[in-house]
Design a binder for this molecule. Structure first.
Ligand SMILES: Nc1nc2c(ncn2[C@@H]2O[C@H](COP(=O)(O)OP(=O)(O)OP(=O)(O)O)[C@@H](O)[C@H]2O)c(=O)[nH]1
Ligand SMILES: [Mg+2]
Length: 393
């Protein structure tokens, strides 16, 4: 699958930059392209200058709102980010469309941090514009949720997150949710090393995007997972994860036997990789809430067989019994056994729901203060709370 990647604001721009690096790796290691254009859009000149892999010309690093902000960002006011996107949206679309490989793209991936101003405000507006113009390509959002400490220190954090998430959910084909806080816990010595976190955020997309682009016979699985499978799976609230098996390879070097012990270890390797993919999902959620899912197994061809794929299918079905599950295998020459998992069309995501309820109570507190009016509040699922979140559209 090939994506046109557009990052908004500092967070979005840096992650788009990371996707540009991922494409360079795919070219170098595998001779294929997975990104058909990487762009960064910002109100801040300095942030655009700090990128390294997105081409440094104005056709790839796009400054918007220059007149309004003087090139210095919108200072966390996401309504201003949305307004600027409405004004300069055509310029962004024309620039992206002029990219050489634009026609080859299967889908758009727009990226932003939910808690900032530029990215948070621009992503839903630009998603809506692109959807109106390109009905044949899905438009996905990848939205980064803030670190916990930002919620306590920055007043706008929760409000920005709630309005960005609601608006993006309404217009995009799917919202990939990524929780910054998860990556601190995952690899504690790095603390808040954003470059490292960004690499961890993009890593699960590598095999997933490469699998369907392979041309060489030996890398094409018995069940190839291509753009069609991904498009059929990805909808609404979505999370992604990636895990490796820790069981050493040497055990498997010469095993083409029918020994039941080898087979058992193979399955164990698979479930271990899937377990680590699920526990490393980009946002904590309950797999039971997922209505669509997919998994991709990447491993040396001799490590893989249909039994393993089937067994992993059963394993995931137990975790997500209501989900329609798609799957694929991706034979590699060397390396470990890796599993990529997507859980999609989630009916509930606690963290998102909490942003909505907190914002609703914030708004109602403000209202009460203004009007002295008592308002009852009782909220349950995301859908119930969604309607009360102000929209940026
Ligand atoms: N994972 C990750 N998160 C980031 C990065 N940069 C910023 N963030 C997060 O993004 C949020 C802030 O958004 P920014 O992208 O800095 O804001 P912006 O869109 O540039 O908007 P303004 O600066 O207000 O104009 C915070 O929650 C940060 O933790 C990054 O490189 N990686
Ligand atoms: Mg900024």
């Amino acid at each position: 699958m090939k994506l046109v990647v557009v990052g908004f604001g500092q967070c979005g721009g840096r992650i788009a930059d990371e996707f540009a690096r991922l494409n360079r790796r795919a070219r170098g290691q595998r001779g294929i392209d997975i990104i058909s254009g990487a762009f960064a859009v910002n109100t801040d000149i300095a942030d655009l200058s700090g990128l390294t892999s997105i081409r440094p010309d104005y056709q790839h690093r796009i400054l918007i709102g220059g007149r309004k902000t003087g090139g210095h960002g919108v200072g966390k006011i996401n309504e201003l980010g949305a307004e600027i996107a409405r004004e300069d949206g055509d310029k962004v679309i024309d620039t992206v469309r002029a990219g050489k490989q634009f026609a080859e793209a299967d889908a758009f991936l727009l990226i932003a941090g939910a808690a900032g101003g530029t990215g948070s405000g621009a992503i839903p507006v630009m998603t809506q514009y692109i959807k109106e113009r390109y009905i044949d390509k899905p438009v996905y959002n990848l939205i980064v949720l803030p670190f916990e400490h930002e919620e306590t220190t920055e007043e706008r954090t929760v409000y920005n997150a709630a309005t960005c998430l609601k608006s993006s959910y309404l217009v995009s084909d799917a919202v990939f949710l990524v929780d910054n806080q998860r990556y601190i816990m995952k690899d504690s010595p790095i603390k808040t090393n954003l470059a490292k976190i960004n690499a961890m955020i993009t890593e699960p997309f590598y095999n997933l995007l490469c699998a369907g682009e392979e041309k060489k016979h030996k890398y094409i699985g018995s069940k190839m997972l291509d753009a069609g499978d991904i498009i059929q799976t990805v909808a609404g609230w979505t999370v992604i994860g990636y895990g490796k098996s820790q069981i050493p390879f040497t055990k498997f070097l010469f095993v083409r036997t029918r020994d039941f012990r080898n087979k058992a270890t193979e399955a164990q390797k698979g479930t271990q990789a899937m377990d680590s993919a699920i526990s490393g999902l980009s946002l904590k959620c309950n797999p039971v809430d997922s209505k669509r899912a997919l998994y991709l197994v990447s491993a040396p061809a001799k490590e893989m067989n249909m039994d393993l794929i089937k067994e992993l299918g059963t394993y995931l079905k137990n975790l997500a019994p209501e989900a329609i599950i798609r799957s694929g295998d991706y034979p590699r020459e060397r390396g470990s056994l890796d599993v990529t998992v997507i859980l999609s069309e989630l009916s509930d995501v606690e963290k998102v729901r909490n942003y909505f309820t907190k914002t609703i109570s914030l708004i109602s507190t403000l209202k009460k203060r203004l009007e002295g009016v008592e308002r009852e509040s009782k909220y349950r699922g995301i859908e119930v709370t969604l309607k009360d979140i102000p929209s940026l559209l």
